[in-house]
Write a protein that binds this ligand. Sequence first.
Ligand code: CUA
Length: 323
Amino acid sequence: MTPRLRQAWILLGLGTLLAGCGGNQNTVAPASHPERSVADVFWVMLGVSCVGFGVIVTLLFLGWARRDRPSLPGGGGERAATRVVIGLGVALPIVLLVSLFIWSDLFVLRSVAAPTGRTPMTVRVTGHQWWWEVRYPGSGVVTANEIHIPVETKVTALVTTDDVIHSFWVPELNRKVDMIPGVTNRLLLLADKPGVFRGQCAEFCGLQHAHMSVEVIAEPRPMFDAWLARNAKPAPRTNALFTRNCSGCHQIRGTSAKADVGPDLTHFASRRSIAALTLPNTPANLRDWLRDPQHVKPGNRMPDLPLKQPQWVALQRYLESLR
Ligand code: CUA
């Protein structure tokens, strides 16, 4: 490897490493009390590990520097040396690890968990290959790949899966939680400030695992209430082209399309993305997605449709009218 190539590799590696820390899925930029506790665990663990590593390296260095004088600096004999090894090498790690375990597992994990009683709000999130179904019990609202919550409100997310194991993770809001077939897990969703918090499936779940992202949109209570009321309404009209070609998989509330294989599209045009954040929801992207979904997200369950140019245009217009 030439020096220049090696430099390029090192830069690439460092860049990738640093990119993992920042960006818009940042575990150490908490936007909620629970995530602040999770970030504290990270920093304390990192600090303790660094001190431990420093002590070990120093001892190794001292041992090497004094390799010709096999007694301790204070002049103690073999017995004193054994005491140092037992103290620093056995007792201290046991005390430290047990303390960290008690603090992180028994205190922090409990404090970030969803309360077992009722919280002011509940959402049901179901993982699918490769998108997220989001239901708001009591309102009839169903959406996909974006979870709206009111800010500063404790929301219990009840998560499960329709197929394989996924993992729900919005790094700025809380820890991750697995979505397991036949099991409903709970996670507390809470945002201290308004914003859009990106999440990602954190358990390898097949070909498009990487394109299984989700957004939590935290907004002031009046905005959230307006959003919920708007999304509870059925679609204003039906469309024969959609019913014929798409109703086998999708639902549009208020029409005869009632399937739940793919996302509910009742208010599709008001969503920010297509295909679980794979593409921003723009007319050009929607056109590309409809005509060749396998090109954009290979392996997804959306089939190619045998439509002609005017039909494509009409179908797209209909979807864009679903606000
Ligand atoms: Cu779903 Cu990875």
